[in-house]
Design a protein around this ligand. Structure first.
Ligand code: ME8
Length: 646
């Protein structure tokens, strides 16, 4: 059977401004998809590139006293370096200034002209120079300005070539209506349908006012401009001229992943050009949302443009990738904030994933001399874990095939939480004390190592730096990039007798001054709330009498619900029952426990602590935890809720 193929593209970026985290967002999504498809056994072609022509570039180069190509060379080298640092696995990088692209664009122009779809005329239109877009009166914003950038437009008249977009309105509409997945998400699809229904104007595809572009064949005072040039990059790179075999394999593209504001060009102009050339249409245009920063659109003037290079310097590529892919639902706008990024690193990466790896390797080292032994027993708890892993792999595959990246990651992390809970349920430290329980201990350790094998493969599309590290620490042989999704569909890929590798922390916790302040702020509030009590409870030599201690009411409470307090690093809101009473308590344990892990735990509550407000939430008491300076665990008991601790 021939291999399945998958061709995914990002937009080609303008080298007019520095790339920011919004560009990195788009490219990271495409990369995660490309890596997933490779793992799922597809032959993948993943393309990104740079859109180098146009008046703005020519003007910028003139201002710097360099040629346009010198100007773009430098910027594009920066793009490529950034993609490398972010572990973007593109198979090609297309620059529109390359001769291979010029040939294709000129050929497209010739063919469309021969078909009667290109004609010369006079264009008078409302032009937005910064956006290089013409707009109709109807499309302008309420101030009569560009609907995209809201800057003034000017009336421009010039001789120009036109593409007969209007010829294709009916066919386009039919195609969109007959192919529900052609434009995703549905909101964009609906937008495009109503846009086409308003009627399509022919498209101006040449300019004479600058010359940094691809010359129109046989009429060199014109250069082909913007979309006719830019969109064609997708077929150039697929080998339209250079490699017919490759073209046959990869065209039509499976997904053009683009920002929402350029869905229109991809789902209307591009298919019309392809129809004119009798070429198949891409299977899908996926419009992702915008990344906003602390609730605001990024802009130079606001000074809130986030430089991905600086973020990588500070947090590493995988943490950024994880955040972008996990935090934002594909298709919707999403917020980037440093606090939220650090919150995710600490809770999901350092704590959930990091602890699972650390605890597992630590125990294999301590209890089994670093050797993963065969699993020869199977309890109901073991079976449940194995069944959950199988369910995860199936949900992961189906979800990723449908580009549901963030929901898939949530499921993956729920499984990581599940595996952490498996440690608590099986209590290997207790098994290790009893020689008769050696087979059970081996099984638990095996299952944990195997869970981590599955996890490392499944995170590899999102975190390509971390996945091979976990792989190596588990002592897995061979290159993780050669492993396929099918290999984690059956339990048992870890070999019995396998030695674990060198254990090293993968995500150190980020200590945040602000969060520390937040925590100490909360402490101060507590101290302020009960200074007298504390004074009274203390004798001069620092010891308390039994009567003083008895004033503290300690009760067993069951956690019935848990929820992270948004925008905090550590705080978790717990709902507790004392049997006859329900309490809400805020506790600084969200970096150690997930909400799911907490529910059902029987903990010890300081029940008569004066209530205090933490991050706007009243906390009625405090749960007790023990810490050895490194690890922190809640004090747990099996006694029923309401029991008195003495
Ligand atoms: O449009 N959040 O290039 P471009 C998410 N050259 N995505 C963002 C973003 C943000 N804050 N800001 C920009 C072009 N983008 C053309 C494309 S394709 C044949 C030609 C995304 O460099 C934006 O939505 O202005 C778009 O998809 C991409 O970056 C490229 O923007």
């Amino acid at each position: 059977m021939p291999n399945k193929s998958f061709y995914i593209t990002t937009p080609i970026y303008y080298p007019s401004a520095k790339l920011h985290i919004g560009h990195a967002y788009c490219t990271t999504i495409a990369d995660a998809m490309a890596r997933f498809k490779r793992m799922a056994g597809y032959d993948v072609f993943f393309l990104t590139g740079s859109d180098e022509h146009g008046q703005k570039i020519q003007q910028a180069a003139e201002k710097e006293g360099v040629t346009p190509i010198e100007y773009v060379d430098k910027i594009v080298a920066g793009f490529q370096a950034l993609w490398k640092r972010l572990h973007i696995s593109n198979d090609d990088f297309l620059r529109t200034s390359e001769p291979r692209h010029h040939r294709v664009v000129q050929e497209f122009f010739r063919r469309a002209k021969a078909k009667g779809d290109v004609y010369k005329g006079e264009y008078t239109g409302l032009y937005c120079t910064p956006c290089e877009s013409y707009w109709t009166e109807l499309q302008l914003d309420e101030n009569g300005c560009c609907p995209d950038c809201h800057r003034p437009v000017e009336k421009v008249s010039e001789e120009a070539y036109f593409f007969k977009l209007s010829n294709y309105a009916d066919r386009l509409l039919k195609h969109i209506e007959e192919n529900p997945d052609f434009i995703r998400p549905t909101s964009r699809r609906n937008e495009m349908i109503s846009f086409i229904k308003q009627g399509l104007d022919d498209l101006c595809i040449s300019r004479t006012s600058f010359d940094w572009g691809i010359p129109v064949p046989d009429d060199e005072k014109h250069v082909i401009y913007v979309w006719f040039d830019a969109l064609t990059n997708y077929v150039t790179a697929a080998g339209f001229f250079d490699d017919p075999e490759k073209f046959k394999k990869f065209w039509p593209a499976d997904v053009h992943l683009v920002g929402k504001e350029i869905v229109r060009f991809h789902s209307i102009i591009w298919p019309a050009i392809l129809m004119s050339l009798d070429l198949p249409l891409p299977k899908q245009i996926y419009g992702h949302g915008w990344l906003i920063v602390d609730g605001d659109k990024m802009s130079k003037s606001k000074g809130n443009v986030v430089d991905p290079n600086l973020l990588i310097d500070e947090f590493g590529a995988d943490a950024i990738r994880y955040f972008l892919l996990r935090e934002i639902a594909l298709g919707q706008d999403g917020n980037f904030s440093r606090d939220a990024l650090i919150g995710r690193i600490n809770a999901d990466l350092a704590n959930d994933l990091g602890n699972l790896l650390h605890r597992t390797l630590n125990m294999i080292g301590k209890f089994q001399d670093g050797v993963i032994e065969a699993a020869t027993t199977k309890s109901a708890t073991d079976e449940a874990l194995i069944a959950d892993a199988a369910e995860l792999v199936a949900a992961y595959e189906a979800g990723m095939e449908n580009m549901e990246i963030s929901p898939v990651m949530k499921k993956l992390w729920a499984f990581i939480g599940r595996a952490n809970k498996y440690i608590d349920e099986t209590a290997p430290w207790a098994l290790a004390k009893d020689p008769a329980k050696k087979p059970e201990l081996s099984t638990v350790m095996y299952n944990l190592a195997e869970s981590l094998r599955v996890i490392s493969l499944l995170i590899s599309p999102f975190m390509p730096e971390t996945a091979p590290k976990i792989w190596a620490q588990l002592g897995m042989k061979g290159d993780i990039w050669a492993v396929r999704l099918d290999d984690v569909k059956t339990w048992g890929g870890v070999s019995a007798g396998q030695h674990i590798g060198q254990a090293e922390p993968i995500f150190p916790r980020i200590e945040v001054e602000k969060e520390e302040k937040g925590a100490s702020g909360a402490k101060q509030e507590k101290q302020k709330a009960a200074p007298k009590q504390e004074k009274k409870a203390e004798t001069a030599d620092g010891v308390v009498t039994i009567d003083e201690f008895k004033k503290i009411e300690l009760r067993v409470a069951e956690v019935t619900a848990a929820e992270r307090v948004p925008k905090t690093d550590k705080l978790m809101k717990l709902t507790l029952t004392l049997g006859d009473e329900t309490r809400e308590v805020v506790s600084g344990i969200a970096d150690v426990y997930t909400a799911e892990e907490l529910v059902g735990k029987h903990v010890v509550l300081v029940a008569n602590l004066k209530p205090a407000k933490l991050r706007g939430i009243m906390s009625h008491g405090m749960v007790l935890a023990a810490s050895d300076g490194e690890k922190l665990r809640l004090i747990e008991t099996e006694l029923p809720a309401g029991s008195v601790v003495r």
